[in-house]
Design a protein around this ligand. Sequence first.
Ligand code: WT7
Length: 681
Amino acid sequence: MDSLAHVERIQCTAEFPVTQRLHVPTMEEYRRQYDLSIKRPGKFWAEVAADFTWQSPLPADESAILSYNFDLNDGPIEVQFLKGVKTNISYNLLDRIIARGSGERIAYFWEGNELGEQKSITYSELRLEVVRFANALKRQGVTPGDRVAIYLPVTIELVVAMLACARIGAIHTVVFAGFSSQSLADRMVDARCTVLVTADAAFRGEKFLHIQTIIDEAVAVVLRRALPLKAIILVRHFAASANRNKAAYEATMAAYQSPHQALYLPWDEVVRTDGSDDECEPEWLDAEHPLFILYTSGSTGKPKGVVHTVGGYMLTTALVFKHAFNYVEGDIFFCTADLGWITGHTANVYGALANGATSILFEGIPNYPKPDRLWAIIDGYRANIFYTAPTAVRSLMKYDEKYVLAHPMKELKLLALVGEPINKEAWFWFFRTVGKERCPIVDTYFQTETGAPMIFPVPGPVALKPGSATLPFFGILPVILDENGKEIYGSDSGFLAFKQAWPGIARTVDGNHERFEQTYFAKFPKYYFTGDAAFRDSDGYYWITGRTDDLLNVSGHLLSTAEVESALLNDKRISEVAAVSMPHAIKGQCICVYVVTKNGYIYDDEVEKDLRNLIRKTIGPVATPDLMLAVRGLPKTRSGKIMRRVLGKIARGEQDFGDISTITDETIIDHLIEARMAKSD
Ligand code: WT7
């Protein structure tokens, strides 16, 4: 498609703007720091910690800094980093930066859904809002260790709520505001949240979202399940919106009567601005105190509440942010991730603020009002670091290039990606059309559980290979394992695992440590198993090739096939379902479901519509299948196991089914293929 597509390896040389001031100037320096971080992690991390504020001295003995057990045979899985040392992350992100003289620096530019909807907030202003909101939370009875749910569009209030929790030792759990009421309720009950912070309504592109009806549905569920919810703090976001269709919804908003009115407290009423709340001594917490819970899909269907801790997460996100983007003072960082995902937590909030960076928060969507929105934002704010997902790149490259070219984006120095493997065509389009061949693309591989990127090209010294996340970052020791859990050396493919702990790794699944151990440490004793497969080439570069479990990656978000199936089984007309993944040109992967109806029920358009709605309501729109196939039965083994591998192949139009000798009914295969062909376009 273009002149660069044959290029296999790109070295950042003088013409890359980022190379002008590198934190890691040479391969020798990368190797020196990497070796130190692996051989003497205590010494390495103590040096990183020296930049931060701790309320008690760090241990003098470097072996007491990071300790862990990754082997179930030796007892429970455990990671401890700076255990017993006290700190506060909101203090380190705000007060510490202000004390360095950067209080007047912009922490965030906020760009709303509508053109021209803009705000900004300095570090000092942000600190004040955080302190006031922390006091407001305290008045609601929130104490250290309590859980606070946050369900908000990308707004400054969302960051304030997170950091206010962190200031008083409350544990935040942000739920992406595109999730359904059922998903929100499940998470709130699982995490035992006593306070919820949310908004009345928002616009997403043209679409009006009455968030409060979602909240009220969720609240009905959580109260039924006896969750002692004390308060819902409501941001009046609708009133502030400049959407041109706002008038059409004003009557809806005015007429809405919440059945749970007594629980609601408007944000601007709980926050005192008369000066009486302008100080809030941070809660000095053990470095191992939980900072937040973030839910991610699990292969048994029920999402896992991944727990990250104050000290380890702080240092890991701070260091990764500095190095992955070669952040230097004055840079303007723009990441499109919603704050409800780990990338939003790590890059936009904790990593950025720990470095005193200026970031852009964007509430809207890339193609509203026109498909040049992201490019206009980069240009308008002179952003020089742009971090996004392959799915966004693929969806934007389908539009005319004129949308990109209208915006020179002269400041851009670095592009970065996260969430899923990127195909070469999209990589080169991003490199050439957006980055003008001047910006390295830092492909960052990580997971909700790993807290921050683990494998990425440290910009400058590490040559890029389009499609590869390249080499491990400091403190990270990846291995490729065969199916018996034996390490494979040299160039080969296998299961991607990590052999050593790093400070930012998740400590547990909230309320279910056994599930944490079983999910990540049981399959391959002594290793943290990522669930991904990878190929390591002869230069030692890692190429992530995809999931090895029942999880699929739709637009950079993990979903579990079990979760989709159990949602559909709530329809009484359905007897069996199986969900599998299919490749999708923009989303990377999408969902295909096979549906078997009960005797007496006919699968028609109406049923299909209901099933789609059921998924939207139980999980959220992101899980809506792209293909639904009504079939008379599913292929099963004699032991009754659904042969998902076969269903996946049929969905993808592949012919080679491998060994299917254990199937109970051979004729089903032709029937399934026919059903698939009838729906191919
Ligand atoms: C899974 C984790 C962490 C960001 C958001 C997703 C896949 C992530 C890459 C990458 C290839 C990637 C993996 C991983 N993944 N980054 N750069 N290249 N694959 O977080 O929902 O926890 O998903 O996303 O499969 O296991 P998540």
